[in-house]
Design a protein around this ligand. Structure first.
Ligand code: SF4
Length: 209
């Protein structure tokens, strides 16, 4: 997710690109439209699934095969909420096995300690968690689900505890513009490797959560 470089991807996998070498460095893959939140800025129209037309596991593997044939980009598993896919750990592990740097942008509410450990085991190198309000009230209003704020902070706490690299992303909108310094303070207190802000438009290609 999320961002001086606003996604969980600060690692530079191609520092010395040669002529003729693929320039594909980053793929943000919206693995599902299914989501348990209802954020006011969501451009994916995430709704409760299941949805037809999404790649099944075999098709997902094939997609990673094809990507790995032309380049070794960072793959951001996003959504929707990627953790709502039953096969997301298999997908992460498959991409890792193909030599891809796999990262994920969950919204945080579904990250428990066992889930976080499974992320690590599947090769996920970093997750990004969004924080769009300085208080429980403002964040949950933005996400339109009670408990989203607690879920996001809890996910950060778990990630820090088990040593899963995480970054915090803040989408700047008119509704939280006056809170940015406080959000930054709160974010930094959680101990992320990066804190990134941006407008929804500026990061729409690679992040949403
Ligand atoms: S922004 Fe992310 S967490 Fe929010 S509704 Fe959209 S997909 Fe779900």
């Amino acid at each position: 997710m999320k961002h001086g470089h606003p996604n969980p991807t600060e690692h530079n996998s191609h520092p010395h690109k040669k002529d003729g070498e693929s320039s594909l460095r980053l793929v943000a893959w919206e693995t599902t439209r299914n989501c348990n939140l209802n954020c006011i800025h969501c451009r994916a129209s995430a709704t409760s699934g299941p949805h037809s037309g999404e790649l099944d596991t075999a098709e997902a593997f094939r997609l990673l095969d094809q990507i790995a044939e032309v380049a070794k980009p960072i793959i951001i598993l996003t959504g929707g909420e990627p953790l709502l896919r039953d096969d997301i750990f298999d997908i992460a592990a498959y991409g890792t096995k193909k030599g891809l740097r796999m990262v994920m942008a969950p919204n945080g509410t579904l990250v428990t300690e066992p889930i976080a450990k499974k992320l690590v085991d599947s090769g996920i190198k970093r997750i990004s968690i969004s924080l769009d309000g300085a208080t429980r009230e403002s964040h949950d209003k933005f996400r339109q689900v009670d408990g989203a704020y607690d879920g996001a902070l809890n996910a950060m706490k778990i990630a820090r505890k088990i040593g899963l690299d995480f970054q915090v992303n803040t989408t700047i909108t008119k509704t939280n513009l006056d809170q940015i310094p406080l959000i930054q303070e709160l974010a930094v207190e959680q101990g992320p490797s990066h804190f990134s802000t941006g407008s929804n438009r500026s990061r729409k290609i690679y992040r949403r959560h």
